[in-house]
Design a protein around this ligand. Sequence first.
Ligand code: GNR
Ligand code: NI
Length: 166
Amino acid sequence: MALLNILQFPDPKLRTVAKLVTLFDDELKQFVNDMFETMYEAPGIGLAASQVDRHVRLLVIDVSDKKDAPRCFINPEILKSTDEDRMDEGCLSVPGYYEPVTRAGHVWVRAQDVKGEVFEIEAEGLEAVCIQHEMDHLLGRLFVDYLSPLKRNRIRSKLLKQQKQL
Ligand code: GNR
Ligand code: NI
């Protein structure tokens, strides 16, 4: 097990578009374990591989209160989305900022598990929002992209200043 380093906005590497996972081997299993460890330690309710500089279509979430519902989605696709939900979002790659974002409130997702088996789930509320937030990361998109340029630039400046002090 290992903790992975989480990239921070505005690191351009966060803009990389992830590629499909094709090899479901032991190395992938190890990587998924490291993703869960990194997400729980952060702590966060989700983590996309893009955030740890691995540009493959893989994400993990756990939106449960007791942190006992780990879910891994490999090569996820949204089959259908309905409704709208506006919720305050945060991101481990944009630490300290929470802003409202409007997304689908109900999604149907097809993905593969760590063994490569295809499964489908239906998600609503926080879980639906979280899956969409993580799938955005896999396309190089961040929640700050939905904010006004003024808000986004303020966040960028403050984080850059903070990063230079480290
Ligand atoms: O921990 C996280 N919380 C969160 C809250 C509202 C909407 C989305 C999220 S995901 C975020 C972890 C993260 O950055 N995942 O990419
Ligand atoms: Ni995020």
